[in-house]
Ligand binder design. Sequence first.
Ligand SMILES: Cc1cc2nc3c(=O)[nH]c(=O)nc-3n(C[C@H](O)[C@H](O)[C@H](O)COP(=O)(O)OP(=O)(O)OC[C@H]3O[C@@H](n4cnc5c(N)ncnc54)[C@H](O)[C@@H]3O)c2cc1C
Length: 502
Amino acid sequence: MIADFLDAAAPERLSADACVVGGGPAGITLALRLARYGFRTVLLESGGRAQEGDDQEAVHALSAGASTGQGGADPGYCRLRRLGGSTGHWQGWCGRLDAQDFAPRSWLDGSGWPVGGDEITQYYPEAESLCELEPLQPTPTAAWLAWERFWRFSPPTRFGTRYAKDLSETSQVTVLVHATMTSLDCDGASIRGVHFANLAGRSGHVQARVVVLATGGMENARLLLQPVAGHPRGIGNRYDQVGRYFMQHIELPVARLLAADPQGVAAQFDTFGRQRRHLVLSREASEARRLLRCAFSVSSERELSGAYLAARRIWGEVREGRWPEDLDTSVEAVFSDLGGLIEGMRGAQILSQRLNAYAEQAPDPASRVTLVDERDPFGLRRLRVDWRLSEQDFRSIRSATLAMAEWLGQHGIGRLQIVDWLTCETPSWPEHIWGGCHHMGTTRMSTDARSGVVDADQRVHGMENLFVAGSSVFPTGGYVPPTLTIVALSLRLADHLKGVLS
Ligand SMILES: Cc1cc2nc3c(=O)[nH]c(=O)nc-3n(C[C@H](O)[C@H](O)[C@H](O)COP(=O)(O)OP(=O)(O)OC[C@H]3O[C@@H](n4cnc5c(N)ncnc54)[C@H](O)[C@@H]3O)c2cc1C
């Protein structure tokens, strides 16, 4: 059942086996799986139903906060408060973390997940099906492409709409939208339930045997950091770990590629249906250079006619299931230059090519989210994000780019003209970096409370029945986008909770 807490008929007092807070992919996956196991589950979502669109400004404003560090981590930008969470506008890129990501690396402090990689990767096939990925297609490969990986695109699956029917029809789940968790009902090391409210002034309570925070990579930390009776520094924060190690992916162009055969290179890197090729260094090469994980793609800027761009716009909208805006004008643009359309489809002239990096960030306790004094309408203190990139991050991207330059040269593919800021000896970053909106690490998994926030089962250290879901639990983030792993971890957490609740 999905009920709207703005509706007076929606219940104010609920009890359940599990209360999941946050209706993004982490929370929806978990709630549906717990219900399938027969547990009564309440899912609280701060925003409205997915199809209500973006007209919920006051709700979105609950996420507003300050950003004082590296540009590209504004807490008010990048996150959606509505059923489905940020998958309401994610791009759908998916990739698996691999054995190198889970293993400890001697040159990387904080590396090594406290859980065996196989325990997580066994959930990938099912997570891929929930994200509606198609199997990898065989793709023509040039002989020089020795180190390649493919990322696949989810259609992209909007979890709030795609799984709305399942949530409505599963009797063991009650979803309450417009229900924002305002505090945990805490009794020492045990959580009795969750207090929630809406902006119209109505409040309620869920009593539950276990509570799972699944409110996203920044908000999970924000909710834990709020002081409550018996936990003046926040819950799970005895050793000042909550909110630290904030990481994103560092995604930026690192060089201009002067290729011997630009069309040939473009043919290898253009998107093939719902998958795209990336170059990665071999395990040996990256270990020898003590690198963080990093992948590269090549993008080509082409001279494209208005007709081709209009056709591509129409196709993009239709693929997303939307009626194209300005359809008349776009169709007219297509038919007014059929020659330009055909040329574009054949692969128009390439103006330039760029090498783009997708890099892992080293976990750094100084890169963190904290609370400021300003409060939201529910009295919760707002966030400040201080995203910091380190010298190790800089040297690693530089070294990986140089290795790639060497490799491309050796294979006669082309030369790299590396961007100015990356050639500096002293680290210097562009003012704004696209972090992918991949917020990770703020409630990291660890073996003990002095080095992280949750244990290998995602239970908050020192708490009996409080768990965290989502990428905030990642100890390291690799270079692949996080959502597929978020979904896999939620499936794993459901299996663990099945044992706890049974
Ligand atoms: C523009 C953009 C592009 C992206 N592209 C990709 C991509 O290509 N690939 C990829 O893997 N990832 C991508 N991401 C990231 C991806 O969207 C997130 O990794 C994913 O949505 C995180 O899932 P989540 O369930 O942990 O959190 P969220 O999706 O953030 O969901 C959290 C939910 O909790 C709710 N909530 C928050 N606070 C409360 C509260 N107090 N009480 C109740 N509910 C609350 C929110 O309203 C929200 O619905 C992208 C993100 C953006 C913004």
